[in-house]
Design a protein around this ligand. Structure first.
Ligand SMILES: N[C@@H](CCC(=O)N[C@@H](CS)C(=O)NCC(=O)O)C(=O)O
Length: 207
């Protein structure tokens, strides 16, 4: 299998960390959405990452769709998204909060990467920042009192995605180090795990 995209993307990283945790090997194509746009488009018409190319060549994109397929490959007992109704619903809500915050972080970065300074519109980036911070605050509240995992008594996709998103936002947008203490502590526990330590890259501004 081939995984396309750089590990400084929270969407790519959550897929790569999940694959590592599930013991699924992949070849990594460290392609940039800016410089390698045409290469990526050979596998994904949208030119976006992550893109996963399984051995049958049928490329998958959208990290949620990729993660769903990976869970299906390993079966319900090892799947990273809980199967049971209450746990699944809570995990999905936390994941949506985290990926929503990541999207709003990415939009702020793209305003600088892809738009000339004279065409930028601060009210738009301010709105994105407000939305990103609201998502991070919600995750922080969910982490208060959590001494190991967010959902169930094992590592789930909620922990993986919250960690990848928080670390990305911290690196790329220089968050206040005192902000979101419970989320920060929760992410630090995951970042100490081998899969997270091995799959991490410093942020590079796209373009
Ligand atoms: N909803 C998508 C978001 C992925 C995403 O935003 N990827 C960014 C890199 S972090 C990308 O491909 N950007 C290039 C573009 O959107 O043109 C997912 O979950 O896979």
């Amino acid at each position: 299998m081939i995984l396309i995209g750089m590990f400084d993307s929270p969407f790519v990283r959550r897929v790569a960390v999940s694959m590592r945790l599930l013991g699924l090997d992949f070849e990594h194509r460290n392609w940039s959405i800016g410089q390698d746009f045409d290469l990526i488009r050979q596998y994904n018409p949208l030119g976006r990452v992550p893109t996963l190319v399984p051995d049958d060549g049928q490329a998958l994109f959208e990290s949620a769709a990729i993660l769903d397929w990976l869970d299906e490959q390993v079966g319900p007992a090892r799947a990273l998204l809980p199967a049971s109704a209450a746990e699944r619903r809570r995990a999905l809500k936390l994941i949506a909060t985290a990926t929503g915050a990541a999207e709003k972080a990415v939009l702020q970065l793209y305003e600088h990467a892809f738009r000339p300074a004279e065409r930028r519109h601060p009210p738009w980036t301010d709105r994105c920042a407000t939305q990103m911070h609201a998502g991070l605050a919600e995750l922080d509240a969910a982490c208060v009192g959590v001494d190991r995992f967010l959902v169930a008594d094992r590592l789930t996709q909620a922990d993986i995605t919250a960690t990848c998103v928080f670390s990305f936002a911290s690196d790329a947008l220089s968050l206040d180090p005192a902000a979101y203490p419970a989320l920060r502590a929760h992410a630090a526990r995951q970042e100490a795990l081998t899969a997270f330590r091995e799959i991490r890259a410093p942020f590079h501004a796209p373009g």
